[in-house]
Design a protein around this ligand. Structure first.
Ligand SMILES: Nc1ncnc2c1ncn2[C@@H]1O[C@H](COP(=O)(O)OP(=O)(O)OP(=O)(O)O)[C@@H](O)[C@H]1O
Length: 233
């Protein structure tokens, strides 16, 4: 579903990402941990085709992002820390607009069902997004992923700034998408959430993926210790 092979990114001889190899399959939730500047966002941005790789390749659903950038967009949804939605439109209108860009057609009732499935309260569907909390905006992002039938979800610190309840709700929504076979790659600083929902965890440092393992193979305490050991070494 999502694959990076020998992927590197340099900025004027500075190595932001060095020879990354990673595979995220359908139903996997892969969490990338690492200190500020470790290369997590660079990785996500390369999958999104926002930036060009210096070397190596990145593919989504078997399609090389550098060659089929537009086509890969059909399969993916992206939720950053601050999801860009139109503030003067309602959640429902934003959903209709962004899903329309993906050429998917639904009735109003179906769009409303996606918002409901994403956990957005009914009384908020028709309100302007400018009145939404961050957690509510993230739910619109999940509704877009549901309606697009996204196969791949790219997340860059999506729970940063969410209160514990909203963060927990968001995690549960990711598990719902996982059950539908979505492959998720998430950059996060939240070790607890990573351990809670990830199938796989990677720890990055200075552009290198220095640790990669299955979440079930490590306890939260051991993960915390390994994380600190890794970034301090
Ligand atoms: N456009 C750019 N030009 C120069 N250097 C860049 C550019 N974008 C990123 N970098 C550098 O690449 C490195 C990796 O940055 P990246 O944003 O991927 O880190 P990150 O792990 O996502 O960090 P954070 O947790 O702070 O979001 C950093 O040293 C950063 O300063």
């Amino acid at each position: 579903m999502l694959e990076a092979i020998n992927l590197s990114k340099e900025y004027n001889n500075f190595s932001a990402l060095n020879n990354l190899n990673i595979k995220v399959k359908a139903g996997d939730i892969y969490c990338l941990l690492g200190a500020n500047g470790a290369g997590k966002s660079t990785t996500i941005n390369l999958f999104l085709g926002f930036i060009e790789a210096t070397s190596g390749s990145v593919s989504i659903n078997g399609l090389d992002v550098s060659k089929k950038n537009m086509e890969t967009k059909k399969y993916l949804s992206y939720i950053p820390e601050n999801l860009m939605l139109y503030p003067t439109l309602s959640g429902l209108e934003n959903l209709e607009y962004f899903v329309g860009l993906a050429n998917k057609k639904y009735t109003k009732a179906e769009f409303i069902n996606f918002l409901t499935e994403a956990g957005l309260q009914t009384n908020a569907h028709l309100k302007r997004v400018s009145t939404y909390s961050k957690g509510m905006r993230q739910k619109v992002g999940i509704a877009i992923a549901l309606a697009k039938h996204a196969k791949v979800l790219l997340l860059d610190e999506p729970t940063s700034g969410l209160d514990p309840r909203a963060s927990n709700e968001f995690s549960n929504l990711l598990l719902t998408l996982q059950k539908k076979g979505v492959a998720t790659l998430m950059a996060t600083h939240d070790i607890f959430r990573a351990k809670q929902i990830a199938t796989h965890i990677g720890i990055m440092k200075e552009g290198h993926l220095v640790e990669s393992f299955k979440s079930e193979d490590i306890t939260l305490k051991a993960l915390e210790d390994l994380y600190l050991e890794t970034i301090d070494s």
